[in-house]
Design a protein. Structure first.
Length: 377
């Protein structure tokens, strides 16, 4: 079946579905609309008339052919069109996205199961980088081993999956005690569970913490899969959950030369499937909450309950990060902190930086397409 309507056409697909396609969308996605070398669109849909309609349209075997009023012909493979069909209101397949993967929840006992990757092997084997980024997509955390004790090593690790993203902390940052700290991380005090830099308009995505030396007494690393917590929170406190996914909370970072501010939802949702994709949570970078009184009455119980669940021993993973290791994690999904350590008991130095999640996803799509799972390089 093929029927031309006022603004688009309907046609039968191989699976029996009746699909609808807008005329402007069809003209905008003719194969001639794309540059063969750059894969960028070179066609200007703005030049078309307000009443664009095909002159003729026909189906021949597996191809839809349209002749437009200006004489241009467009051909569309029916199997390709089927990928852009919205069956029963569902999301269409489109290009397909290898990076749209199911998030795997984990809990307090996950340390022994964290995916581990040798830094020298990652340098030599791109297929291993695909496995590493897949672990970050699935679990939000992975551990690199055999890291060199150098600044260059951390940068090289980051550049395997993306471009190092600067922040108000700089291009990189060093976590060690300072005489006049501008951040609690630069003391020997305990750090509560948090995500980094919610005062940034777009908080950093993938965080690297490279342990250069850790001889101090104490200072355990603390990590929680906040998505696991948020799913349980949703099931137990649906009203609280809805509030924390919609209400934008103020965050602020101030020093003598910086005043960085942004508003973020506490729990973020995946725009593709509505699942929990991450959180923004930092009590030490939260600004004065400025909601109306009646909203405050609802917000504080929700905020406190969620924060308390993040600290539940069921979810809290503890371990010691050792020299030569680099913990890499999704800063939107995984909250982290540390226990206090004894000042003067030994050197402790972690060097950190960030890569945006979109960079990591891009790397995964390219490498996984080149090195399918289970196939040798």
């Amino acid at each position: 079946m093929l029927a031309l309507e006022e603004r688009g056409l309907r046609l039968s697909l191989a699976n029996g579905d009746l699909a609808y396609f807008n005329y402007y969308w069809l003209r905008d996605n003719c194969t001639s609309a794309w540059d063969e070398s750059t894969q960028e669109r070179i066609y200007d849909i703005l030049e078309e008339p307000d009443d664009l309609k095909p002159k003729t349209a026909q189906i021949d075997a597996s191809t839809l052919t349209i002749e437009w009023p200006d004489g241009h012909q467009s051909r569309y493979d029916l199997a390709w069109l089927a990928r852009w069909h919205y069956p029963n209101g569902q999301v269409c397949m489109g290009h397909g996205d290898l990076a749209q993967r199911k998030r795997q929840p984990w809990y307090a006992d996950h340390y022994s199961q964290i995916k581990r990757f040798s830094f020298p092997e990652l340098i030599e084997q791109p297929a291993q980088v695909a496995d590493w980024t897949e672990a970050l997509l699935d679990e939000g955390i992975a551990l690199l081993t055999e890291m060199p004790n150098s600044n260059e090593g951390l940068q090289q690790a980051c550049e395997l999956i993306g471009v190092v993203r600067s922040s108000f902390s700089g291009y990189t940052f060093d976590v060690r005690t300072e005489a006049n700290p501008v951040n609690l991380a630069y003391t020997n005090k305990a750090l509560e569970l948090h995500t980094d830099l919610p005062p940034e308009e777009l908080a950093p995505g993938i965080q690297f913490l490279h342990c250069r030396v850790n001889d101090a007494i104490g200072g355990e690393s603390l990590f929680v899969d906040a998505c696991s917590v948020a799913q349980a929170f949703k099931a137990q406190y649906p009203d609280y959950f809805n509030l924390l996914t919609t209400l934008k909370v103020p965050f602020r970072y101030t020093t003598n030369f910086q005043d960085v501010r942004a508003r973020q939802v506490i729990i973020e949702l995946d725009p593709y499937n509505g699942e929990v994709s991450g959180i923004h949570f930092s009590q030490h970078l939260a600004d004065v909450f400025d909601f109306p009184p009646e909203v405050m009455d609802a917000f504080y119980p929700a905020f406190r309950k969620f924060g308390q669940m993040l600290q539940d021993p069921k979810y809290l993973m503890r371990f010691r990060l050792n020299a030569g290791e680099c913990i890499v994690f999704d800063n939107h999904r995984v909250v982290h902190g540390r226990s206090a350590f004894v000042a003067g008991s030994g050197a402790r130095h972690l060097r950190g930086c960030y890569v945006d999640r979109n960079e990591m996803r891009s790397t995964y799509r390219v490498l996984r397409a080149k090195y399918p799972k289970g196939e040798a390089e």
